[in-house]
Design a protein around this ligand. Structure first.
Ligand SMILES: O=c1[nH]c(=O)c2[nH]c(=O)[nH]c2[nH]1
Length: 299
């Protein structure tokens, strides 16, 4: 018997140019760069068991809808774009009872020419990506937003000591180390109709300022503080998940060269790395009963 299933078009790369972004400045463009995945859930049993495609909204159609909606409605916040897409499929086809719609958004900055931001020339703003997953269960929608590949480092204000020692422990205790990670964060909204762009900006800033400001005794403590700060400042967020590799920086032993190394020269190792993950939940908040409506990534 057929179990859980979903299908759609993955990674529709969409760049939307808004040519009339500022009516006072002809030729001043804005761009939105997304990677959109659309997947439908519903009654697709006979397609799987008999090859009956009479209810199969083709993945090609799903892809076309992404581009057509970008033209007709613009993109706006990726959360709003995905909500519109999901409502279209769930509302438009009786047997489509839900779906999962995902977007990554890549950031671009204007190129400065003689110090002036160019009207229509852009440079990719690093590797950091804004992420969104919108899921539908009937008309009910669940929005999870986040970011990934946001690489941060602090060159002091981090210690790690007091851990148990056994016959395999070699790590030296430290009261001053580099703390570096690549933040992947997800936060689940418990309301709809929000200003998702403003929330993204505010939550991202709060995550980063908490990373910077907390004197850290462990990366675990840092990520808990980051999630807690978001829950305290944003009542519409029910849960935050963080996944953070500990990007180790090892002090180089310069004594063979007769040199001191007072915490200044480090070897940036890329693997293995500690992998620190946590869910920070609002106390007393009802757990989301649909496992799939919580954030993907880890248990
Ligand atoms: O912040 C850290 N948490 C750990 O669990 C850990 N383990 C380790 O070797 N170094 C670190 N650092």
């Amino acid at each position: 018997m057929l179990g859980a299933n979903q299908y759609g078009k993955a990674e529709c790369r969409l760049v939307r140019v808004t040519r009339d972004a500022d009516p006072a400045r002809p030729g001043y463009h804005e761009i939105t760069d997304l990677n959109v995945t659309s997947q439908l859930r519903g009654d697709f049993v006979t397609c799987h068991t008999e090859g009956d495609n009479s209810q199969v909204v083709a993945t090609d159609t799903q892809k076309n809808t992404v581009y057509a909606f970008a033209q007709e409605f613009g993109v706006g916040a990726p959360e709003d774009f995905l909500l519109r897409l999901g409502r279209h499929f769930v509302g438009g086809f009786e047997w489509v009872s839900g779906g999962r719609f995902e977007a990554e958004q890549y950031a671009w900055k204007r190129i400065g020419v003689d110090g002036v931001p160019h009207d229509h020339a852009f440079v990719r703003a690093g590797t950091e990506t804004r992420t969104t997953v919108v899921q539908f269960d009937g008309e009910e929608a669940f929005v999870v937003s986040g970011l990934k590949d946001c690489v941060v480092l602090k060159s002091t204000g981090s210690e790690f000591h007091g851990f148990p020692r056994d016959r395999y422990t070699t790590l030296v205790e430290t009261d001053d180390r580099i703390l570096a990670t690549s933040v992947t964060a997800w936060w689940r909204y418990t309301e709809l109709g929000l200003d998702y762009d403003a929330l993204f900006t505010g939550i991202r800033e709060l995550l980063l300022s908490t990373f910077a400001g907390l004197h850290s005794l462990a990366l675990q403590q840092t990520i808990f503080a980051m999630g807690k700060a978001v829950l305290e400042a944003y009542p519409m967020v029910g849960e935050v998940k963080l996944s953070c590799p500990n990007k180790h920086h090892f002090l180089v032993d310069l004594s063979p060269f007769g040199q001191e190394n007072p915490n200044e020269v480090f070897y940036a190792a890329d693997r293995p790395y500690g992998l620190i993950q946590a869910t920070i939940e609002r106390e007393g908040a009802p757990a989301e009963p649909r496992a799939w409506a919580t954030i993907p990534g880890f248990a």
